[in-house]
Design a protein around this ligand. Structure first.
Ligand SMILES: NC(=O)c1ccc[n+]([C@@H]2O[C@H](COP(=O)([O-])OP(=O)(O)OC[C@H]3O[C@@H](n4cnc5c(N)ncnc54)[C@H](OP(=O)(O)O)[C@@H]3O)[C@@H](O)[C@H]2O)c1
Length: 331
């Protein structure tokens, strides 16, 4: 099979290689990958680099080519999307699942073929493209877990999402469909105009309004019941969150640029705030997300689709952060 390997640090270390075709063992299925989506994590891995070559990308969808011994749930020709963690099927998070993260701990989706666990894939809804399905496992499931996990969102609540990338646009769509009010921050007024059309009622440009937390409080007339914290600005998120509100700590997009802040425990205590770390989600969450999106008629927002041979260009497009929603590679 043909695959893209990351063999060092930097996008220039992505190279197209030939590898032997994998074969499904007991309880596994062989998938012909048809579409892949990129996530911020793929950029982080490329920047950080790897010691041993790895096939990157956690998110992909395709069709079942062959099944291993004992597989009952799937047949060749079925259209499936794989979960980010191959061993987290349901229930609570356990750190052991980290060893099964596609495109990080084990080979991922940027290949023609991939063997996955039969219990760690979900059927693609009728009428959905492989490209649409490929957007779901990391960004979609993370947004789902953040909003409907331990402290489920209720209609009428205020949700804050930061930026207009993959996780944030899924969170915006899911929150709006659930009857919540949504406030979005972005570096771009043009992007804020686009997400207003998706249901965001408050938009704040964090470049021109650095104190975006105060601006959201004044624009919405209240604090946030849920903050999907993807940037690493916990102090500002604690400012914007309402009493009894919840902050889902998802990421540190700002990376080393994120200011190190001291947070007095009294702030959390007096607000009665819940702060919860999110690490993508289980296959059960992926199935719940898909059901919710189908029922609510939500389709993933794909900014741009690249060809398989254009994989480095897709990475560079993601790095330039001009996108809204997801960047996809057709395989
Ligand atoms: N914990 C987990 O399981 C998990 C899962 C998925 C993602 N993540 C993390 O979540 C973050 C987002 O991932 P993604 O794949 O959605 O990334 P993405 O598609 O690359 O989106 C990143 C967006 O962040 C926004 N941004 C950058 N600086 C910002 C700032 N100072 N304030 C507000 N927004 C800012 C930008 O939006 P604008 O262009 O609109 O300014 C940018 O488009 C990353 O840190 C990623 O590592 C964690």
């Amino acid at each position: 099979m043909i695959a893209w390997e990351l063999a060092g640090a930097g996008v220039e270390q992505l190279r197209k290689v030939e590898r032997g075709d994998p074969e499904p063992g007991p309880g596994q299925i062989l998938v012909r990958v048809r579409a892949v989506s990129l996530n911020h994590r793929d950029l982080s891995l490329a920047r950080r680099g790897v010691e041993e070559p790895i096939i990157p990308a956690s998110d992909g969808a395709g069709e079942v080519l062959a099944i291993g011994p004992g597989v009952k749930a799937w047949r060749p020709g079925d259209r499936v999307v794989a979960n980010f963690f191959q061993t987290w099927i349901g229930g609570a998070w356990h750190p052991r699942h980290a060893a099964s993260a596609l495109g990080g701990s084990v080979d991922g989706m940027l290949a023609e073929l991939l063997v996955v666990e039969e219990g760690a894939v979900v059927a693609i809804p009728d009428g959905w493209s492989f490209e649409e399905a490929a957007t779901l496992p990391c960004a979609g499931v993370t947004a789902w877990n953040a909003l409907f996990g331990a402290v489920p969102l209720r209609p009428g609540e205020l949700v804050v999402v930061q930026g207009t990338g993959g996780v944030s646009v899924f969170a915006l769509q899911l929150a709006a469909a659930a009857g919540a009010e949504v406030a979005v921050t972005s570096s771009s007024d043009e992007k804020l105009a686009v997400v207003a059309g998706m249901g965001a009622s408050v938009g704040v440009n964090y470049r021109t309004t650095p104190n975006w937390a105060a601006a959201i409080r004044s624009g919405a007339g209240r604090g946030a019941d849920h903050v999907v914290e993807v940037t690493g600005q916990l102090d500002a998120s604690l400012e914007v969150v309402a009493s009894n509100g919840s902050i889902a700590v998802v990421g540190t997009t700002l990376g080393t640029e994120a200011p190190v802040v001291e947070i007095h425990p009294g702030v959390i205590l007096q607000k009665g705030a819940t702060i919860r770390g999110i690490y993508v989600g289980s296959t059960a969450m992926l199935a719940d997300l898909i059901q919710a999106m189908v029922t609510s008629d939500i389709r993933p927002v794909i900014d741009r689709t690249f060809a398989f041979d254009e994989t480095p260009q897709a990475y560079r497009a993601m790095m330039s952060a001009g996108h809204i929603g997801k960047i996809v590679i057709a395989a």
